[in-house]
Design a protein around this ligand. Structure first.
Ligand SMILES: [Ca+2]
Length: 442
């Protein structure tokens, strides 16, 4: 992934397509630069985009850019943006070809969980994160008291979103958003974000020159979209500006405020790696990104033979959890709690949410995953589309073959696996594709 995490940030848009393990895989798989997480993505970038309206024909198809820009300036003034900001920020705007290219890019390959995890939790990332935990210990302690979010999660987000502030993106946010509003796939969404970016400038939080971010408009060290910034950004260092570009207290405080407001449970963690017993019923694994179809109390998971990663019994706490296997039955297994779903609001990707949790644990001293390190080969979208067509012909898949591994495809794979006596984990790898294609019929 773009450097894996880097490309997340750039990917702004692709996130919207997710919504499933697979989706995220496709996105994550994208090329190294291409993907980013758009929604709030990152703390923002991703979220925002995911709620974007449906794709429509871009304005560029019908209106020349200078005409479109003049109308945009007029609308900004009507919305109350000052003349000074309009003339400064919208003076030299022109479509950025690279932004359009990134917005239109489709990942050719899917990503696999372990490969993604290895990429974003390098030894250097862990060491830097631990150093940040120490350097900002007093601030993190104060933030946990104020917002109820432990520092290790804030630093994990910070690390994935901007490499602890080293990599905030180099695109001028207003220009990137104007490009996507004019020529992108979601004009209304990006147009609204653009007006919000102008509002941020009007309020004096950051100068026009310093308002940099990802190609998809995710800003600063938290990679917040402008709407997320306006809703959740906080002036933690009390200097009168919400500065997620240059202020560590504002960056981590805004992240904490965001997580608190989208439902972080201060009493619980995110989940944990677990060990499955031999002959575990793979049909109990969640296939959807939200992992809500197989929610059970920990006590029930215990009865099914699931243990902590170190072999010990699960906690006796009265909480519910879902089982997810991001790399299928041969990869690591996780029981996830409600805070996992809170992280998904940030970036709707199983890989991302589990990795935030794992990275947070590593920053607090935990070791690497207990599961053997198995790296699966990435899959081509074309091969996934071929798989979908064959599954449809066999009567297992009802959707439209699109090369994206979503819940419907995983469910179809699970039905195929059950029919043929394979563990029904819904996971797709090269071997599974070969087995499906070799199946007589249709
Ligand atoms: Ca501040």
């Amino acid at each position: 992934m773009q450097r894996i995490h880097r490309f997340w940030r750039r990917a702004g848009a692709s996130v919207v397509l997710l919504g499933s393990l697979s989706a995220c895989q496709a996105q994550e798989a994208a090329s190294p630069i291409a993907t980013a997480k758009p929604q709030q993505p990152a703390m923002s970038r991703t979220a925002a985009v995911s709620t974007a309206p449906p794709v429509t024909q871009p304005a560029s198809a019908t209106t020349p850019f200078p005409v479109w820009l003049e109308a945009l300036r007029a609308e900004a003034r009507r919305k109350g943006v000052s003349d000074g900001t309009v003339s400064l920020a919208l003076a030299e705007v022109a479509p950025i070809p690279r932004v359009i290219e990134l917005d239109q890019r489709q990942p050719e390959y899917t990503q696999t969980f372990r490969r993604y995890l290895d990429g974003v939790t390098s030894d250097a990332r862990i060491a830097n994160g631990k150093a940040m935990m120490q350097r900002h210990a007093a601030l993190l302690e104060a933030l946990e008291k104020e917002y109820g979010v432990p520092g290790r999660f804030l630093v994990a987000f910070w690390g994935l979103e901007s490499d602890f502030g080293r990599d905030i993106g180099s695109y001028p946010v207003v220009n990137a958003l104007a490009t996507l509003a004019y020529d992108g796939r979601r004009e209304a969404f990006f147009r609204d974000e653009l007006f919000k970016a102008l509002t941020i400038l009007d309020r004096g939080h950051i100068s026009f020159a310093k308002m940099k971010g990802s190609w998809a408009g995710a800003m600063g060290q938290t990679q917040f979209m402008p709407s997320t910034f306006l809703r959740y950004g906080v002036d933690e260092d009390r200097d009168g500006h919400v500065d997620i570009w240059g202020s560590v207290p504002d960056t981590l405080g805004s992240a904490a405020n965001y997580l608190k407001n989208i439902g972080w449970d201060a009493e619980r963690t995110w989940g944990r790696e677990v060990l499955l017993p031999h002959n575990f019923d793979a049909a109990l694994v969640s296939l959807d990104v939200d992992a809500k179809e197989t929610v059970k109390p920990l006590s029930e998971w215990s009865k099914l033979g699931i243990k902590r990663a170190d072999g010990g019994a699960l906690p006796a706490a009265e909480i519910t959890a879902s089982l997810i296997l991001p790399d299928g039955i041969k990869g690591p297994a996780f029981l996830v709690y409600d805070n996992y779903r809170v992280i998904l609001k940030f970036n709707r990707s199983v890989f991302y949410a589990v990795t935030i949790g794992h990275l947070a644990d590593r920053l607090a001293g935990a070791g690497t995953l207990a599961a053997p390190r198995v790296i699966f080969d990435p899959l081509r979208r074309d091969d996934i589309a071929t798989l979908q067509m064959k599954l449809a012909a066999l009567g297992f898949f009802k959707g439209t073959p699109d090369g994206v591994l979503g819940p419907a495809t995983r469910q179809a794979v699970r039905l195929f696996q059950k029919t043929t006596g394979l563990p029904p984990d819904g996971y797709v790898d090269a071997k599974l594709i070969s087995a499906v294609l070799a199946r007589p019929g249709a």
